[in-house]
Ligand binder design. Structure first.
Ligand code: CDP
Ligand code: MG
Length: 846
């Protein structure tokens, strides 16, 4: 920010920090805890005995009393009839046989790696064994177990299950905590949380004071947070010799983790699964009699709509295939395959032909196979929805008296969830459409048939072009095994793989860890705020370290936005950003919103961007929905301002009790708007606790100012900027890295024939065949000049130099001159005291 604005921002931040120097004592625990690092149950005297003091004696006594209470409560439950029935079930799980071995390994070793088939009882049983045995030893109140899950839904579902197994309500001895939601109480000793929550807690509590066991579940998935957590924990273990770390993994790459922790002991829980038969595409075509469109006959089909669609996708596919892995596969292996199988690979495509094939397979199962539920693995939520629509129109599959068709996704309501786990009525076949989430995290017991499309949407990161990508990619052999295993839980099962066997043989053994395929900005900021030293040194300690280029890109980005200084030290802004549970660019908007007194609208925008899009786009009414959205744009050429207006309209309607009508009419999701609302409340608590906000009113004196909001959106999103090229009949966009880019069709700017702004700032670009920009806002030259980047980095000259690249690339060298003129004019205004004197902070120290 130029003209002392940056200084004003820094001064403001510094003033707050000097008022509240951040150290152990007065760190805003409260604020951060609300986002997950909740310590209340762990800090109520649990660890006091480490430092003898009069208080510790009392604490000891309280602990003892509670432990005894917990023991008798547990005994009562175990002796009750329901309790005994539950015990019986639990004893039937394979993990029970290993209970003693597990417990003694854990007490004797600081790190233990546990592996076992999905469903053998790792997640629900192992943490419970630890808790139960502590309670039996009258140590219940002193133990504190944290078990991390990669997904919200599993943290919630598992804690509910474990509480039920202990005859309790959730929030007693067992609780959960996910971002913005949680259920835990004074007596909670076993907490299931997402990995992100534990990381956030480490930010304020580096030694995990009071925690006795950390269990990291599903490590085989190699999520970024899990990999990151392992580096931090590895570092922490020597400082906390009594802390126990247990790593749990479904598939068998336990050796990798064991050797990472210096040869930690491994315990394998032998599981029972019934044999599952694999049917690959070539067999499926035989049994179902389904004919795929032969590759060489594509042009012979007429005007039939479905065929036409296939024809188009196939054409696109022909060109894609040439350069893809599949192309290589075909060259290498496919020649030896039967002509029919060869055709099938060319023609298989998850968008349309895949659907018809899946429909055939499902019909085949319903008509000819024994009873049992069907689990269909799809690539993503969009696919699941479209397939569900298609199947519902089918005479057999759409008949609710014969088929119970369910979709399974991360954010579904718990009533819907229950249907997935429950047994359907007799004579009704349950079909669950799911993403790869159903691979390991959740277990549907009655599945006998699995349909595996062979792909999953995978985020990847193109470090060269600094672009995140989201594309369906072939899954790994480990995932195939996992998917297949889901069919053999209650009786022998069948798995239908919708790809030929030779394609399967060419799959990678394991998926690439996420750390190697995502941008690292937030992670780098976290490394800095956890004071873990040099970013690249730290990341080089990972299980599989990321590419140097990705690390450099992230560090450079953090420098551009002013979160790190030239020497890679955290700036004041950076430190504040690291305390906000949103991406750095969104955090920057919140902070600037607070400082420039237009906090509320920016909280709405940021909440909207971090929850999900409240604008719905139903498949069949996309046009209506898009034009409803366009109304909110009111020719502002901004998705962000449209979101703001839609939200404000909803708030207004809510006041008149017509919120739902309003949403219905405008294709908005009431659920999402409510989530935005509650996230905003969280933000305002947090900003207050950090000390950025005194009260909500004083931060909103300029909230009506659309130009200011646009400017702050620009400041937050830069360097996410593309230039707008208005031509006679068309309009095109380009960024420095990618050249031509496209806008997502639901952007308000995608519908405009002309955009009267030379630039669009955007918050996300994704490569899906072409590069697409999601949510954009038009900004003027002067906004880019004034708000783009970080002027404190090398002063005006440095700023111009950085912008130079952009200006030259977009052939706008004259902007530099405009910039100098603008600065001169503003300087004069300041001198004449015509500009808000608050802006003039020349008199202050820095
Ligand atoms: O973690 P892992 O895959 O090893 O298994 P788990 O999630 O602990 O589940 C163990 C068993 O508990 C499953 O086989 C299910 O029979 C049962 N379970 C259940 O009935 N309901 C749940 N919500 C979760 C698990
Ligand atoms: Mg599990």
């Amino acid at each position: 920010l130029p003209f002392g604005l940056q200084k004003r921002v820094d001064a403001h931040l510094r003033a707050h920090i000097s008022r509240k120097p951040m150290n152990k004592e007065n760190f805003p625990h409260d604020a951060v805890s609300r986002l997950g690092a909740d310590e209340s149950c762990l800090n109520d005297g649990v660890c006091e005995h480490e430092e003898p003091s009069p208080r510790s004696v009392i604490a000891e006594r309280i602990l003892m009393r509670r432990s005894v209470q917990m023991r008798s409560k547990q005994q009562d439950w175990q002796e009750s009839p329901e309790g005994q029935k539950m015990q019986e079930f639990r004893k039937s799980l394979p993990s029970y046989k290993e209970r003693d071995a597990l417990l003694s390994a854990i007490s004797e070793n600081q790190v233990v790696v546990v592996s076992g088939e999905t469903g053998c009882g790792k997640t629900t049983q192992l943490p419970q064994y630890i808790l139960e045995s502590a309670i039996e030893d009258a140590q219940g109140a002193a133990c504190s177990i944290i078990c991390t899950q990669p997904r919200r839904i599993s943290a919630m579902a598992v804690s509910e299950r474990v509480a039920a197994e202990r005859g309790e309500k959730i929030g007693e001895s067992v609780g959960y905590k996910v971002r913005l939601e949680g259920m835990k109480g004074r007596d909670t000793r076993l907490l299931f949380c997402t990995t992100g929550i534990l990381l956030r807690r480490l930010l304020v509590d580096r030694n995990l004071k009071g925690v006795s066991h950390v269990i990291v579940d599903e490590i085989h998935e190699r999520g970024m947070n899990e990999d990151f957590l392992l580096i931090v924990l590895k570092d922490l273990l020597p400082r906390r010799p009594e802390l126990r770390l247990i790593l749990m993994s479904a598939t068998l790459n336990a050796e990798l983790f064991s050797s990472y922790f210096g040869g930690a002991p491994m315990i394998h829980i032998p599981g029972f699964t019934y044999p599952v038969r694999s049917h690959f595409l070539e067999n499926i075509l035989e049994t179902t009699g389904y004919r795929l469109t032969p590759y060489n006959q594509i042009d012979n089909y007429g005007q039939d709509k479905t065929w036409k669609m296939e024809k188009q996708t196939l054409r696109k596919r022909k060109t894609q295939i040439a350069s893809s892995v599949e192309g290589a596969l075909m060259d290498a292996d496919f020649k030896e395959y039967s002509p029919r199988a060869r055709e099938s690979l060319f023609c298989w495509n998850p968008d349309s032909i895949g659907f018809n094939l899946i429909e055939h397979v499902l019909c085949h199962i319903c008509r000819n196979e024994r009873s049992g539920a069907v689990l269909v693995f799809m690539t993503g939520w969009d696919d699941i929805n479209s397939l569900k629509d298609q199947l519902q129109a089918h005479p057999l599959l759409g008949d609710p008296s014969r088929v119970l068709l369910l979709a399974c996704h991360g954010s579904m309501a718990s009533s819907e969830q229950k249907l997935i786990f429950d047994k359907p009525e007799d004579g009704v076949r349950k079909i669950v459409l799911a993403t790869n989430m159903a691979e390991t995290s959740i277990t549907i017991n009655d599945v006998v048939f699995v349909v595996d499309c062979g792909k999953a949407k995978e985020t990847s990161y193109d470090a060269l072009n600094n672009t995140p990508c989201l594309l369906p990619a072939w899954i790994s052999k480990a995932s195939v095994r996992q998917r297949k295993g889901r069919a053999g839980r209650v009786q022998p099962g069948e798995c239908y793989h919708l790809y030929p066997r030779c394609v399967h043989d060419a799959f990678a053994d394991y998926q690439l860890p996420e750390l190697l395929r995502t941008p690292l900005q937030s992670l780098c900021l976290q490394i800095k705020s956890l004071q873990l030293g040099s970013i690249s040194d730290f990341l080089s300690k990972a299980l599989q370290p990321p590419e140097l280029l990705s690390v450099q890109n992230a560090v450079e980005y953090l420098k551009i936005i002013g979160a790190l200084d030239e020497n890679e030290n955290l700036t004041v802004l950076g430190r504040n950003l690291s305390m906000l549970p949103v991406e750095p660019k969104l955090g920057k908007m919140l902070i600037l919103g607070a400082i420039f007194s237009c906090l509320d609208p920016l909280m709405t925008i940021v909440a909207g961007l971090s929850v999900r899009d409240p604008f719905l786009a139903p498949f069949d009414k996309k046009d209506l929905a898009d034009s409803a959205k366009a109304q909110f744009s009111a020719r502002d050429f901004s998705d962000h301002l449209a979101l703001l207006r839609a939200y404000e309209g909803w708030k207004d309607a809510e006041r008149h009790h017509s919120g739902y009508e309003y949403c219905w009419k405008n294709f908005l999701s009431a659920q999402t708007l409510k989530a935005i609302d509650s996230l905003k409340n969280q933000f305002s608590y947090l900003l207050k606790d950090i000390g950025l906000v005194d009260n909500r009113e004083s931060c909103n004196t300029s909230s009506h100012d659309k130009h200011l909001i646009r400017a702050i959106v620009c400041a937050g999103l830069f360097p996410g900027v593309c230039s707008v090229v208005n031509k006679e009949k068309s309009i095109s966009f380009k960024t420095m890295e990618d050249g031509g880019v496209l806008l997502y069709s639901n952007s308000v700017n995608a519908r405009e024939p002309k955009i009267p702004f030379p630039w669009l700032v955007f918050n996300e670009k994704v490569k899906v065949n072409s590069v697409f920009l999601r949510d954009s806002t038009g900004v003027s030259d002067s906004l880019i000049l004034l708000f783009g980047g970080n002027i404190s980095r090398g002063g005006l000259d440095g700023h111009l130099k950085m912008l130079d690249g952009y200006l030259e690339f977009f052939m706008k060298p004259d902007l530099a001159a405009t910039y100098v003129t603008l600065k001169k004019e503003l300087d004069e205004l300041v001198q004449k005291k015509l500009l808000n004197p608050k802006l003039d902070i020349q008199s202050q120290d820095e």
